[in-house]
Design a protein around this ligand. Structure first.
Ligand code: PMP
Length: 352
């Protein structure tokens, strides 16, 4: 769900809320076609392009319906070669994306880690995939299980990625992707908004049954404004982009993210009580999943942590245990406080 945003951004939103600059109105009162809002929109597009290091061969769109809406939009919009799409099943969102695509085309799951409770990102042989498939869909970070791709597959068919839970957290070579989408609520801004970054050559006439709001072509032609966009979401996203640029962009935040995740994983790896649940090779920089091995003790940990001000540590309802989501805006101090609390809990519960 929604996650930490930079305090500086929240304070700016508060400052602007009643009256944005000298307009005499709030951003949520502004026409989306007004010069003032178009300035915000264009700035958001430019800033995201700078952060992702992409040029004019890509379109950036701000769409409705979170990442889930794009589960359906991807099969409806990606150019058709054979009508078949390939999916990697690396977590429950990846599975949901594939399930939705099956409504519109033939889907082949080329690799799955489901039988191992998604503790790793499954590998596949890049040379043996169907070269006639329309695209391959991957999920760069598996939010619930705490795993991520360590390298992006080099394939000869278009690659589409759901990057909802790790966009802007580490450098990716975006030129390897035909399209990337991300629900905004982790590293970008308010929920409900979805960012789509698509190479222009893949923005074509969609399938004839494509709902108009899901048409990448229509949205691209209308600069995300076929209907009224989520103006407030786009404004907050732009503040987050400006803030990230001001601290040195993705390269700088990646260093901080590696440091934060390192603090937590180093402690877990040396702990006599806590155990990481994701395979070490694939561990996420954004979501660290761990257990004590005793469900009641896990519950006790989550409850005591909440009393100490460390909230939202309960693992996803489908897996249990604990999950620390340490997105871009979680400060190093937050991770240090968690590690200190885990040390204390370990000592109090028979650990060494
Ligand atoms: N994909 C991933 C990887 C996610 O983490 C999430 C939500 N946490 C979704 C898709 C669904 O996003 P939304 O709720 O914005 O539709």
């Amino acid at each position: 769900g929604p996650s930490t945003l930079p305090v500086k951004v929240l304070e700016q939103v508060q400052k602007d809320f009643v009256c944005y600059k000298s307009t005499g109105m709030s951003v949520i009162e502004m026409s989306h076609r007004s010069g003032m809002f178009l300035e915000i929109y264009n700035s958001a597009v430019t800033n995201l392009k700078t952060l992702l290091n992409i040029g004019d061969d890509y379109s950036v769109l701000f769409l409705h319906g979170g990442a889930t809406q794009q589960f359906s939009a991807v099969p409806l919009n990606m150019p058709i070669k054979s009508g078949k799409a390939l999916y990697v099943d690396s977590g429950s969102f990846a599975a949901k994306a594939a399930k939705e695509a099956k409504k519109y085309k033939e889907v082949e799951i080329i690799a799955s880690s489901k039988n191992d409770n998604y503790t790793y990102v499954p590998k596949f042989d890049v040379d043996s995939i169907d070269k006639n498939a329309d695209y391959l869909h991957i999920t760069t970070n598996n939010t619930i299980y705490g795993t991520k791709y360590t390298s992006i597959p080099e394939i000869s068919i278009p690659l589409v990625a759901d990057a909802s839970s790790n966009i802007l957290s580490e450098n990716y070579d975006i030129s390897k992707f035909a399209a990337i989408y991300a629900g905004a609520q982790k590293n970008i801004g308010p929920s409900g908004l979805c960012v789509l970054v698509a190479k222009k050559e893949y923005i074509v006439e969609p399938m004839s049954n494509c709902p108009i709001l899901q048409s990448w072509k229509i949205q691209d032609e209308n600069e995300s404004m076929y209907n009224t966009p989520n103006t407030f979401g786009i404004y907050v996203a732009n503040l987050v982009f400006e803030n990230l640029l001001s601290i040195g962009g993705v390269t700088e935040i990646e260093k901080i993210n590696r440091y934060k995740a390192g603090l937590l994983y180093d402690f877990i790896d040396n702990s006599s009580l806590f155990k990481g649940t994701a395979n070490k090779e694939y561990r996420s920089l954004m979501n660290a999943t761990f257990v004590t091995g005793d469900e009641n003790l896990d519950k006790e940990f989550v409850s005591q942590a909440a009393k100490a001000g460390l909230v939202n540590l309960k693992g996803h309802r489908s897996v249990g245990g604990m999950r620390a989501s340490i997105y871009n805006a979680m400060p190093v101090e937050g991770v240090e406080a968690l590690v200190d609390f885990m040390k204390k809990f370990e000592l109090e519960n028979g650990g060494k």
